[in-house]
Write a protein that binds this ligand. Structure first.
Ligand SMILES: Cc1cc2nc3c(=O)[nH]c(=O)nc-3n(C[C@H](O)[C@H](O)[C@H](O)COP(=O)(O)OP(=O)(O)OC[C@H]3O[C@@H](n4cnc5c(N)ncnc54)[C@H](O)[C@@H]3O)c2cc1C
Length: 343
């Protein structure tokens, strides 16, 4: 497109919502997405049993409600159907396989210059526009902490983004590291499929529960989460359970379902903070993501800290929340969108 007014980076739900709003006002823009599809987190990098973790009224995009027939916690497939309808209704056309590697504001031209690598040709393409919309999400790069001996682990190591379901893990010893929403759900899925599942929990109260309180999610939901977590932790430490079907219990070797933080790894043995060591076939790291915006958005020192989190208080938002910043030619935030999380 010649002379777009805005460049949007990222075609996740935030980028799609921004594009829809701009289309509504006939504002010319381009939408650059590094993957070969929109909403790649949901289409390619999430597990099968995933549902929206928040109730549907908090997750719908502007100008289109979820169908009434959708349940309160929308399953992944229905959410993707909703996004498909959204994209075709608002005639959104992302430019795929464009990975943005650089963006800076040209003070003289009063324009943002953006360089994107065309992933299929390898060429660098250049774009410029008055506005830049950063909609690249908080889940850009899967994060696995560095553990001593991780490279010596003889089994399989995956990140939660690579986990689909527990079908292939029946009778395997699987360690889930991290007790956020993904960790809890993946552990449950593994146990339901007959894997001998343990979960390593570092902090006294899982982040997701603590955060739910901060986000003002209704107390009843927080209460349910706390109750579920407390029950989990109070399980007899020798029973591998997690709502495992009765028949599976017969095959379960006695293992600790809840373990403290990992300390190191030696071959197939994982050593925990309490000195205990256990063998595992697979480790699933549900340890979150690293933000990458601060690597390519230049001159943004006043906006993002070194972790890529917005500095200004009115953009201070919790982990797992959509980040979407629109900058005008002075670099000021002229529009703020967090369509998935309006509360
Ligand atoms: C397991 C899980 C469950 C969740 N449940 C909920 C929920 O119930 N409700 C809720 O509101 N949120 C939930 N979230 C949070 C999730 O981040 C949001 O749902 C939503 O996907 C955020 O949308 P986004 O567009 O901001 O970011 P993303 O969905 O992460 O999209 C960002 C897009 O930008 C692209 N991109 C990144 N960097 C570049 C680059 N340099 N160049 C070009 N493109 C780039 C990515 O490929 C991606 O397509 C969940 C997240 C996870 C992992």
């Amino acid at each position: 497109m010649q002379n777009p007014v805005a460049i949007i980076v990222g075609a996740g739900p935030s980028g799609l919502a921004t594009s829809a709003c701009l289309n509504q006002h006939s504002i010319p823009h381009i939408l650059l997405e590094r993957e070969d599809c929109y909403a790649s987190l949901w289409k390619k990098y999430s597990y099968d049993r995933l549902r929206l973790h928040l109730r549907k009224q908090f997750c719908e995009l502007p100008h289109m409600s979820f169908p009434d027939s959708y349940p309160t916690y929308v399953p992944k497939d229905q959410f993707l159907q909703y996004l498909d309808d959204y994209v075709s209704h608002f005639k959104i056309s992302p430019m795929y396989q464009r990975s943005v590697e650089f963006a800076s504001f040209d003070e003289e031209a009063k324009k943002w210059n953006v360089k994107a690598r065309n992933v299929s040709s390898g060429e660098i393409e250049e774009y410029s526009a008055r506005f830049l919309v950063v909609a690249s999400g908080e889940t850009s790069n899967p994060f696995i902490p560095k553990f001593e001996g991780l490279n010596t682990f003889t089994g399989e190591v995956i990140h939660s983004t690579g986990f689909k379901n527990g079908k292939t893990y029946c009778d395997k010893n699987v360690l889930v590291v991290g007790s956020g929403n993904s960790g809890m759900e993946i552990a449950l899925d593994l146990a339901n499929h007959g894997a001998r599942t343990s979960i390593a929990i570092r902090s006294a109260l899982p982040h997701s529960i603590a955060e739910a309180g901060q986000l003002g999610i209704e107390y009843v939901e927080v209460f349910i989460s706390v109750a579920w977590w407390t029950t989990l932790c109070c399980l007899p430490r020798t029973v591998s359970s997690f709502r495992c079907p009765r028949s599976l219990h017969q095959n379960q070797v006695r293992r600790d379902p809840v373990l403290p933080a990992l300390e190191s790894i030696r071959g197939n043995e994982v050593v925990f903070e309490n000195g205990k060591s256990l063998p595992f076939d697979t480790i699933v790291f549900c340890t979150g993501f690293e933000r990458s915006t601060n690597k390519w958005l230049k001159g943004d020192d006043y906006l993002l800290n070194e972790d890529g989190i917005p500095k200004p208080s009115y953009l201070t938002i919790g982990r797992g929340r959509t980040v979407c910043i629109v900058l005008d030619y002075r670099g000021e935030v002229c529009m703020e969108l967090a369509p998935m999380h309006r509360m």
